[in-house]
Design a protein around this ligand. Structure first.
Ligand code: ADP
Ligand code: MG
Length: 336
């Protein structure tokens, strides 16, 4: 018997290195008319390297001590930033102590107990109190985590406690950390803040490479859908804008928590679009679920993203995304 067009399209997608989970998904891929792409691990290779280790003067920590604490806290995390920190610690021959009470909040960072100290590593805008860095209004009372998608947030990776007179040590440290963050981000790095016992102790800088096929993929998706893809990222606006310019994206939403990505997806779909979302992280899973069709990058993708997505790019090529959309459209024409 000849195979029905959608089934042979699935087999074809497999040859392109894409696992399409059902015939329904194979059909829906051809319906999309707009695309949203994640940054880290999707438009970038997702294997960032540590470029800067900057202990703050008041922290009393050396570069090696700062990196050791951060690596211990990041050890259980599967985030690409965590791997960059651990690789750097390993390369420098550091002994990474075991951490306890690990907690992570997607799009925010991690925290753990390391040798009796509470170490948090994560996004500057979340870990530094305003007005030292970032927009006002992020502060929430400890324990009142504002993101429903986070596994923890409450307490462990709580927002900076702000500048009450009760926390005199934080303000100057936060100001110094913010200055380092600004310098690193201006250089196109992603900066993460390390807090020890609630006080900013240092900043780490990380750099990632744009995928070789990112420019061609953005162009192909623009041609296929008639609209430019939008970038949805948890990373900082400076790094996001820089990458967007490199790959030909104009619409950039940065500093997003997982639920903010969902809101951005819903906004587009409420405007009548059928949105294809491409992502790789735990932080992308809710957006992948909310999308008309969700596609996950498989190689470095988190288990949750792979399970949630409708299709998985098994071979690590972003260009497979427009390829399967085109395959679906061809199959649909044969069915009709
Ligand atoms: P993207 O949307 O670009 O894939 P994420 O939402 O995964 O980015 O992460 C957004 C930001 O949250 C990161 O740039 C970083 O500041 C912070 N972050 C998330 N996870 C971690 C982690 N394990 N360690 C340090 N920082 C983290
Ligand atoms: Mg990502």
């Amino acid at each position: 018997a000849t195979m029905p067009p959608l089934l042979s399209a699935i087999a074809n997608a497999g040859r392109h290195g894409v696992l399409v989970k059902s015939a329904v998904v194979m059909e829906r891929l051809g319906e999309v008319d707009a695309v949203a792409l994640d940054k880290t691990g999707t438009l970038t290779e997702g294997t960032p390297r540590l470029t800067d280790v900057v202990p703050l003067p008041g922290s009393g920590l050396s570069e090696r001590e700062l990196l050791t604490l951060a690596a211990a806290a990041e050890h259980p995390s599967e985030h690409p930033l965590a791997r960059a920190v651990l690789d750097a610690a390993r390369t420098r021959g550091l002994t990474v102590p075991t951490a306890h009470d690990f907690a992570s909040a997607p799009g925010v960072g991690v925290s753990a107990e390391v040798g009796g100290r509470t170490v948090a590593v994560g996004a500057p805008v979340r870990l530094l109190g305003e007005p030292a860095y970032g927009p006002a209004g992020l502060e929430a009372p400890r324990g009142a985590g504002r993101d429903a998608c986070a596994q923890d947030t409450a307490g462990a990776v709580a927002p900076a406690p702000g500048r009450s007179p009760a926390a005199p040590a934080l303000a100057p440290a936060a100001d110094r950390a913010a200055a380092v963050v600004t310098r690193l981000e201006a250089g196109g790095r992603t900066a993460v803040v390390v807090r020890v016992d609630g006080v900013p102790a240092g900043v780490l800088g990380v750099a990632d490479r744009v995928r070789a096929d990112a420019v061609a993929t953005v162009a192909a998706l623009t041609a296929l859908t008639g609209t430019r893809p939008v970038l949805l990222t948890g990373d900082n606006p400076r790094a996001a804008a820089r990458l967007a310019g490199e790959v030909g994206i104009r619409d950039v939403r940065a500093g997003l928590l997982p639920e903010d990505k969902v809101a951005a997806v819903r906004e587009r779909q409420d405007a009548g679009h059928r949105l294809l979302v491409v992502g790789d992280g735990v932080n992308d899973a809710p957006a992948l679920a909310a999308a008309h069709t969700g596609v996950a990058m498989g190689r470095a993708g988190s288990d949750l993203a792979l399970e949630t997505a409708d299709a998985v790019i098994v071979r690590d090529e972003l260009a497979a995304v427009p390829a399967v959309v085109a395959l679906s459209r061809r199959a649909r024409r044969l069915v009709a």
